[in-house]
Write a protein that binds this ligand. Structure first.
Ligand code: R5P
Length: 295
């Protein structure tokens, strides 16, 4: 059965890498933004039965509307089987009501995606209290890939005798995966979040003096988690602190703050387009989409 990859213009470099890895044709989803903020999408007028749509959900609110429209349109134009390849899946961190009345965004965004797509493939989603992507997208095929081993490989090649550091307990899953894949040691810090822009990271009582520390996390948003962790490592005498994340959102002045806190280099995957991209998730996504297409 023939297959097609669809993508938006602002993710075209990753789309080209993914299409090449899949050896599938790539077509654009053309967008027009009306003066009042509404969007008109245009898809190829005839679609094959199997279509994958690439859409990362950084800055997600407008994109969720576009995704919903693109999926519905693709069905009408012939896509009997429709997959979403979303390298960064937003709204995964709000997985419980942390205070009475809070809407559990993960559950409802997951259900919305499950209504629109047959399969949802993503990379390092923030799964913590909910264990699997199948639970996030009920009744559909949910695939959670991990870029942590690839980041571990990059770190092992760039940093001699690296000590991996998880800035909080939730990051241990990724740090452990990277460490085990490449025989690297790691430690896990603890984090207390005091607000959107304020966190306190405390290191365990392990000697880091003179070590080449590399902080590894799934996502950097404001960067404050990594800033506080880097400052703590520097204060304890770490010789260098580098940072590697799967999803580099780096909101506002995050990068400047990281360097001011003593971070030497910042690395990320191309799940979110950013100047720090150094590792591609295209091969991971391609393998998962090939399996879906063969299924
Ligand atoms: C949450 O636990 C995540 O793994 C990240 O540590 C967090 O979202 C990073 O946010 P920020 O960069 O704003 O501190």
């Amino acid at each position: 059965m023939s297959a097609l990859l669809l993508a938006f213009d602002d993710e075209w470099p990753l789309a080209e890498r993914l299409a090449a890895a899949l050896a599938w044709p790539l077509q654009p989803v053309a967008r027009h933004r009306f003066p009042d903020g509404e969007t008109r999408l245009r898809l190829p007028p005839r679609l094959p039965a199997r279509v994958a749509l690439l859409r990362g959900l950084q800055q997600p609110n407008d994109k969720l509307t576009e995704l919903w429209l693109a999926a519905a349109g693709a069905r009408e134009l012939g896509a009997a089987q429709l997959a979403l390849a979303s390298p960064y899946l937003a709204y995964m961190r709000q997985d419980i009501a942390f205070s009475p009345g809070e809407v559990v965004s993960q559950r409802h965004v997951g259900r919305l995606l499950a209504l629109a797509f047959d399969a949802i493939v993503t990379v390092d989603p923030h799964l913590h209290r909910v264990a699997t992507m199948d639970e996030v997208v009920p009744g559909r095929c949910g695939v959670a890939l991990s870029a942590a081993p690839l980041l571990g490989q990059w770190i092992a090649a760039k940093v001699q005798d690296a000590l991996l550091v998880a800035p909080d307990e939730e990051a241990e899953q990724w740090v452990a995966a990277a460490a085990h894949a490449h025989g690297l040691p790691y430690l896990v810090a603890r984090k207390q979040r005091l607000g959107d822009h304020e966190v306190r990271v405390s290191l365990p009582s392990i000697d880091v003096a003179g070590r080449a520390a590399v902080l590894l996390d799934d996502v950097a948003s404001t960067g404050r988690t990594l800033v506080d962790a880097a400052a703590a490592l520097r204060a304890r005498g770490a010789a260098s602190v580098d940072v590697a994340v799967t999803h580099g959102l780096f909101v506002g002045d995050a990068i400047e703050r990281l360097h001011a806190a003593g971070v030497r280099r910042v690395w990320s995957t191309d799940s979110v387009p950013h100047a720090s991209n150094c590792v591609s998730v295209a091969p991971l996504l391609a393998r998962a989409l090939e399996e879906w297409a063969a299924g």
